[in-house]
Write a protein that binds this ligand. Structure first.
Ligand SMILES: [Zn+2]
Length: 252
């Protein structure tokens, strides 16, 4: 079992005003290879960076169709505005939509997001925090909303922490791995033609290893990380933080 790595795709920042052309090429790829990605949708976007094209009339229908053929609907915050300051459990950004906010406020936003997606006929199945920004209050708010699954963390397999199952998300481009479950996070709005081509090539050669959230949860039984896994996870997170810090320094 698990002799070969499994891959999951996650598309972030989906909303009616995203880049139509940016999304269309990935949508075609999903259809062509019958992929079952996580579709991380912003229910009530207010982020100007995600207002690229006029609202797409086909958007919600496309999301419903993809859910019907196995995609997993992700709740990607509510507005995608970074109006909170607080330390996240995955501390990659100082300002985010959720980390640092009081639990009742987070609860309200999560319930509102679930409601808005439900109005569009979609079932919020997994939490995808904008900018990895979430804290203990978020974990409690998710549980009270009945959402016990999230996509984040740097382990090599799904695990249990804080009463929630975490499907790890570790890479932002395809990387060949020997074992484990690897979620590749894609931002269709900003992906370059070269990045799209690279992902396409990888899917062509590895498409049998692409899985869905449902299948991954059957193949990898989520349990708490052991000490060795927890340390490896911390090392991976620290490496990412250092490389982000270096990039920031180069820019200044
Ligand atoms: Zn986002």
């Amino acid at each position: 079992m698990n002799s070969k790595a499994r891959y999951l795709l996650r598309f972030d920042d989906l909303c009616p005003t995203m880049s139509r052309a940016g999304w269309e090429r990935f949508h075609t790829l999903i259809r062509q290879y019958k992929l079952k990605p996580i579709l991380a949708i912003v229910p009530a976007n207010q982020d100007p960076d995600l207002m690229i094209d006029p609202p797409d009339q086909k958007f919600w229908n496309e999301m419903r169709e993809l859910e019907a053929i196995g995609a997993c609907i992700g709740l990607h915050g509510l507005t995608h505005l970074n109006d909170q300051r607080g330390r996240s459990l995955i501390p990659l950004h100082r300002e985010t939509e959720f980390a640092g906010a009081m639990e009742p406020a987070q609860q309200k936003k999560i319930a509102q997001g679930i409601h808005l997606l439900k109005e569009q006929g979609l079932t919020s199945r997994i939490w995808v925090a904008p900018r990895h920004g979430f804290d203990r209050n978020t974990l409690r708010a998710l549980q009270s909303a009945g959402l016990n699954l999230l996509s984040d963390g740097l382990a090599e397999r799904p695990f249990l922490k804080g009463g929630v199952v975490w499907i790890p998300q570790q890479i932002w481009e395809p990387v060949s791995k020997q074992s484990g479950l690897w979620t590749i996070c894609i931002h269709a709005n900003t992906s370059t033609a070269a990045q799209f081509a690279e992902l396409g090539d990888f899917i062509r050669t590895h498409h049998e290893q692409f899985t869905s959230v449902e299948d991954a949860l059957v193949e990898f039984t989520p349990s708490p990380l052991n000490i060795v896994e927890a340390v490896a996870t911390w090392v991976r997170l620290t490496r990412i933080r250092i490389s982000k810090w270096r990039k920031r320094r180069r820019r200044h």
